[in-house]
Design a binder for this molecule. Sequence first.
Ligand SMILES: [Zn+2]
Length: 319
Amino acid sequence: MLVNLHSHLEGRVRPSTAAELAAAAGLPAPKGGWERAIRLDGPADLTVYLAKVASTYPFFRSLDAARRIAREAVEDGAASGLDYLELRFGPATHTEHERGIADVIAAVTEGMREGSEATGMPSGAVVAALRHHSPETNEAVARAAARFAGIGVVGFDLAGDELLFPALAPHRPAFDIARAAGLGVTCHAAEAGPAEAAREAVELLGATRIGHGAHIVDDPDVLRWCAETGVVVEICPTSNWYTGAIASVTDHPAARFRDAGVRLVLGDDNPMQTGTDLRDERDILVEVFNFTADDLLAIERTSLDAAFTDLPHPTPAFP
Ligand SMILES: [Zn+2]
């Protein structure tokens, strides 16, 4: 089974759709075309990587476009062989007003529902608060997300620049709102910041999953704590390589997590920027880190357990 638990909607905009939407809106084509504006040629740094993702932001100001992008993202996920896709996005990036935040969430969840109905692949939306936004804005995002709990929205996340905005405590009220609404909680943490940030995300925000968490392996205490508590780490090896967080994909800590007994799930983060999909990420685990069939089965089981949507577990071949 292929279960994708860390993927950003803003990183799944088809270049062909971007070109069409830009032409319809009268936006000038970027130099070199939309394919070049969106896709990276190869590993870069975080600034270049994020600029490529941000090139798609203007499209989300149109609710019709947001709905179409969401539907196509689900269709593309199904076409790549996924059995389930959790799509995260930051609505407050695309609008200034609380009512607008709910409108963006409505458009995205409607597009995802259309995509799931057309393909038969279930999907769930994870609404992301952003580190550089004020606690008040993130509380507004959480209130809007809560309105869609169970009707398209399944989880809540914190994304953004962890080095410039490391503090988690100010965003605690937003996560309290999300948890009270029954949403699952994940948090980008220990991606650029230290290992301890992962523990803070669990203890302060109630996260049960950590996005990336690459620096957790730097601290043996936190690594052991992760394994003991069963916190799930969402790993996205190619993304960490393309953002320059690791010098080579062979430096990714996937094997160290596995060897320490940390529960892992897989994501592709921003696949249009990196040109990968979940199958490629799984291949990396096998070819670079010698993950066995049992290791992959463990990831599948953890993914089904940790998904913010109730997914049917396949019947075991040998009961
Ligand atoms: Zn991410």
